[in-house]
Design a protein around this ligand. Structure first.
Ligand code: UD1
Length: 421
């Protein structure tokens, strides 16, 4: 297992280009199951989660080729509608193949993803949505066994705006008979991007990015390959991580290649804390800010504060003047970075789903362990400003979702060494 050695404190300077969003890439790659022709992409990020979904798609017979600039997926013919436990267990988002498989083939067998480090994360909302569209679903030997003659358009009302369930039902609805309306849909920018990809294949979708999405079902023969390769949106979570890194290190960093309006709520919080930045159409220029104050933040579905930026924000809150409160409402066990941050000198108390953070003057390097993707990002942020060297273990969590993060940070002046293991 690789380790990172990060020596601080440093001040980041320069420009960083954000990669395409992991959380938009995964559903969009799953959506190629619907398309009986080769689909071209540019800028698919080189991430472990992307490799996992590509392996899964290949295991179903999808042909795949990739060179420096272009990735092509060809689902003209699938040989299997089975998503094996060995691949699904390493990445929950694998369950996103369920909707498109069922819509195209009327059958799918997808391993239940099970829990993960940050919480139980069931898929009941995905399944009841598909059942509403006529699917018959049974759980057998740890697998979701789904079948249908033909999915039928329906009004699917979610009890909670689940991101993955919205994506699964949107994809299923593309080849269903008639119109599907998703009520209380998730509004995350990644949903919008999936809709844009489907629209580029000729699908009629309205309302993506709002809580009510309407999809007109069509025949598979009516789908058509887009003339231009698809580029997935920039990763707002990666962008926020670099913006926070710049603020924490009092650096001057231009973070480019994403849409700042996807981070409106986060930028608002940062501004209120005293951070200084200029906002361009597709970049944020972070300027050094000398003093920052605490904040009260609660994670919520989009457009609220993203749970995927909670840990990184807590890293910043650990070093501001005064106290902060971070409340996590999306996942039940998403404070695993806290014990690691305490080892570096942060002062945090956990009370139920809230963290009380007392700003400290400085942090110090220590051996720490990554527990999940965003927790790992928070530890790197702390390590950039801590005095001395931080040894970060289990970096594979980070590699799931941050493309070349050590290289990108090194280019900005960080002192990072990766030791392969
Ligand atoms: C997606 C993101 C993840 C992000 C999360 C919330 C991807 C690949 N992952 O995950 O990075 O942290 O959105 O913004 O895009 N739930 C149920 N039943 C369900 C589905 C969800 O109870 O059927 C619960 C979950 O356990 C969780 C909450 O709803 O507590 C949010 O989950 P959801 O929005 O579905 O997140 P994901 O799509 O798994």
């Amino acid at each position: 297992m690789d380790k990172l050695y990060v020596t601080g404190p440093v001040q980041l300077q320069g420009e960083v280009e954000i990669s395409s969003a992991k959380n938009a890439t995964l559903p969009i790659l799953a959506a190629t199951i619907l398309c009986p022709y080769p689909v071209e992409f540019v800028g698919i990020p080189d991430l472990m989660d992307v490799s996992t979904i590509l392996k899964l798609l290949q295991s179903m017979g999808i042909k795949f080729s990739r060179n420096d600039s272009m990735t092509v997926l060809d689902a003209t013919e699938l040989t299997s509608q089975h998503a094996d436990y060995s691949l699904v267990k390493t990445m929950r988002a694998s369950v996103l193949v369920l909707g498109p498989l069922l819509a195209r083939y009327g059958v799918a067998s997808v391993s239940l993803p099970g829990g993960c480090a940050i919480g139980a994360r069931p898929v009941d909302i995905h399944l009841s949505g598909l059942e509403k569209m006529g699917a018959i679903i049974e759980i057998e030997n740890g697998y979701i066994k789904a079948r249908c003659d033909k999915l039928k358009g329906a009004v699917v009302t979610f009890p909670f705006p689940s991101v993955g369930a919205t994506e699964n039902i949107m994809m299923a609805a593309v080849l269903a008979e008639g119109e599907t309306i998703i009520e209380n849909a998730a509004m995350e920018p990644e949903i919008d991007d999936l809709a844009d990809f489907l629209i580029a294949q000729g699908v009629k979708i309205q309302g993506a990015g709002t809580s009510r999405i309407t999809i007109q079902g069509m025949k598979i023969s009516e789908l058509k390959a887009s003339k231009t390769p698809y580029r997935v949106i920039g990763d707002r979570i990666e962008a926020a991580t670099f913006i926070i890194a710049a603020i924490m290190t009092k650096g001057k960093v231009k973070v480019s290649g994403f849409r700042p309006h996807h981070l409106e709520f986060v930028l608002d919080v940062l501004k209120k804390m005293g951070a200084q930045f200029e906002i361009g159409e597709n970049f944020i220029q972070v300027l050094p800010s000398q003093s920052l104050k605490g904040a009260m933040v609660e994670t919520l579905p989009f457009p609220g504060f993203p749970t995927d930026i909670q840990a990184q924000m807590m890293a910043l809150m650990s070093l501001v003047d005064g106290n902060s409160i971070m409340t996590e409402t999306i996942f039940e066990n998403r404070f695993m970075h806290v014990p690691e941050m305490l080892r570096m000198g942060a002062k945090i108390q956990l009370k139920g789903n809230a963290a009380l953070i007392e700003g400290v003057e400085s942090l110090s390097g220590a051996p720490v362990m990554c527990t999940d993707l965003r927790a790992s990002a928070a530890l790197i942020l702390c390590a950039l400003v801590a005095s001395g060297t931080t040894e970060i273990q289990r970096v594979y969590h980070l590699d799931r979702g941050y493309e070349k993060i050590d290289e990108k940070l090194t280019n900005l002046g960080a002192k990072i060494q990766r030791v392969k293991g």
